[in-house]
Each structure stands twice: as C-alpha cells, then as structure tokens.
Design a binder for this molecule. Sequence first.
Ligand code: HEC
Ligand code: HEC
Ligand code: HEC
Ligand code: HEC
Length: 190
Amino acid sequence: MSKATKTVFGRTFLSVACFALIVVVMAIGSMWFNTAQAQESGDAAAPESPPPEGQEYLGTKRCAPCHFEHFMSWKKDKHAKTFELLTKKYEKDEKCLECHSTGYGEATGFKDIKSTPTLAGTTCESCHGPGSIHEEVCKPFAKVKKLTPEQEKIARDSIWLLLPGTICISCHTQKAHQKTETPKELQTKK
Ligand code: HEC
Ligand code: HEC
Ligand code: HEC
Ligand code: HEC
C-alpha cells in the first residue's frame, strides 16, 4: 500500500469509526430514555406513540418561542448552516436539497431560499418531523408555568422526539454522500 493510500484508508476508517460511535451512543441513549419513559408510565414496553399525521412544516422561527434554549443551541450547531455549504451553484440542485434542507419535495417543505428561508439547512423538523398540529395543541399551554402530567403528555405525543428508523443515518450514510459526491471545489476535508 502506498503512503497516500494508507492515509486515505486511515482517514476513511477513522470517520467510519467515529460515526459508528455516535450511532452506538445514540442507540444506547434512546434505549435508556425509552426504559426511563416506560418505567415512568408503568408500561413495560412503551414505544413512543406516533404523533398525528398530516402535519405541515413550520420552520425554525415558529418553534423558537416555546423552545428558545433548543433554538439557541441549534443556531450554534453545524446543522443550522448545512444549506450555506451548497453555495449559490448548488442551492437549487435537488440532489443536494434532500439532505441540506428540510422536507424538500414534500408539499409544505423547503422550496427555495426566498420563499422558505426558515426551512433551509437541517432544521428542527428534519429530526423531529413537521410540527403544525404540535404547535396547535401546545398553544393553550404557552402561558402555563408548570404543565400537569396530562398536558405534558398531550404536548409530547403530538411530535416525534426523534423521527423513527434511521433518521441520522439517512443523511449521514457514507454511501449516500458518495452517490452524489461533494463537488471537488467545495471539499474542505482533503
Ligand atoms: C406553543 C408552544 C410550542 C410550540 C410552538 C412548539 N412546541 Fe414543542 N413542545 C411544547 C411543549 C409544552 C412540550 C412538552 C415538553 C416541554 O415542556 O418541553 C413540547 C415538546 C416538544 C418535543 C419533545 C417531544 C417528546 O416526545 O418528548 C419536541 C421534539 C418538540 N416539542 C419540538 C418542537 C418543534 C420542532 C417545534 C416547531 C415545529 C415545536 N416543538 C413547537 C410547546 C411547543
Ligand atoms: C444523503 C444526504 C446528502 C446529500 C444528497 C448531499 N449531502 Fe452534502 N453532506 C451530507 C452530510 C451528512 C455531510 C456531513 C458529513 C460529511 O462531511 O460527510 C455533508 C457535507 C457536505 C459538505 C461539507 C463537506 C466538507 O468537505 O466540508 C458540502 C460542501 C456538501 N455536503 C455539499 C453537497 C452538495 C453540493 C450536494 C449535492 C451535489 C450534497 N452535498 C448532497 C449529506 C448529504
Ligand atoms: C440533528 C437533529 C436535531 C435537530 C436539527 C434538532 N433536534 Fe431537537 N433533539 C434531537 C435529539 C437527538 C434529541 C434527544 C432525543 C432523546 O433524548 O432521545 C432532541 C430533543 C429535543 C427536545 C426534547 C427535550 C426534552 O426535554 O425532552 C426538544 C423540545 C427539541 N429537541 C426541540 C428542538 C428544536 C426546537 C429544534 C430546532 C431549533 C431542534 N430540536 C433541532 C435532535 C435534533
Ligand atoms: C437532513 C439531514 C441530516 C440529518 C437528519 C442529520 N444530519 Fe448531522 N449533519 C448533516 C450535514 C449536512 C452536516 C454537515 C455540517 C457541516 O459539515 O458543516 C451534519 C453534521 C453533523 C455532525 C458534525 C457536527 C460538527 O460540529 O462537526 C454531527 C456529529 C452530526 N451531524 C450528527 C447527527 C446526528 C446524531 C443526527 C441525528 C440525531 C443527525 N446528525 C441528523 C445532515 C444531517
């Protein structure tokens, strides 16, 4: 193996290993979380009940008033800037928008930066799913200081804590990005 091949191999292995670690940590985290939830509700195997269907995408600005801390920490996260990575040249490229915007291709999802600026990038609703009904049912709670357990259940049951399946992997799979390839001129990781 040449030195260059070794370095490339080493880096690829390292990033795959790092990602595998994140996935494992997440899996354990969610197992722990589900167990804690199940114990709380006294139900042995309590998978999260699916939120109502047919919700529309709202964009980050609509989540912010009720989840200000999450909004502020997301703002600092790289996920908030994944649309900017595309640069002007690729900002209308459907091959890229699937992962670098929110809900692209769905009726109320991202269309373009002018008409749907708060759905650009990997926003709240990329990971939690669309939240219009969640917003609707939570509105009466906005002024409540401490929610009753029933109110909290209504609020939590109306949106995913995390979209089911492999939501992180759907964007992060090495294969998927290789399929489209980060254009050479936009690569920062050599
Ligand atoms: C009117 C207020 C309000 C708005 C707007 C709102 N939420 Fe919530 N949300 C709540 C309340 C209340 C809860 C219950 C838990 C808590 O107190 O944080 C909650 C819980 C959640 C949870 C936890 C779900 C669970 O299963 O534990 C997520 C995720 C969430 N919201 C995401 C969002 C997203 C994404 C948006 C924007 C599309 C949004 N929320 C808009 C009030 C709101
Ligand atoms: C399947 C989901 C997916 C698609 C499709 C996709 N990306 Fe990405 N992109 C990602 C993920 C995940 C990352 C961050 C992890 C990484 O660097 O591999 C990323 C990172 C990037 C980066 C930063 C890379 C660097 O070297 O700093 C750029 C630039 C980028 N993508 C541009 C594009 C462009 C342009 C397209 C369309 C031609 C595209 N992406 C399509 C998921 C995707
Ligand atoms: C890259 C994915 C991702 C994005 C983007 C994201 N979140 Fe989350 N969010 C998570 C994960 C992961 C958790 C923790 C889930 C768990 O505990 O298993 C979480 C948890 C939450 C919770 C529940 C906290 C609790 O007390 O139970 C709320 C509320 C929330 N996020 C709101 C938001 C809002 C609002 C935004 C946008 C401003 C946002 N999230 C953006 C992945 C994301
Ligand atoms: C809609 C697509 C999408 C989803 C869903 C998604 N990501 Fe990402 N993620 C990206 C892109 C694109 C980047 C590249 C940001 C950059 O390089 O600036 C990224 C970056 C990251 C990074 C690197 C951040 C840093 O500071 O270096 C981590 C870690 C990460 N994602 C973890 C996760 C986890 C965990 C989940 C699930 C809870 C998740 N992602 C869900 C698209 C996504």
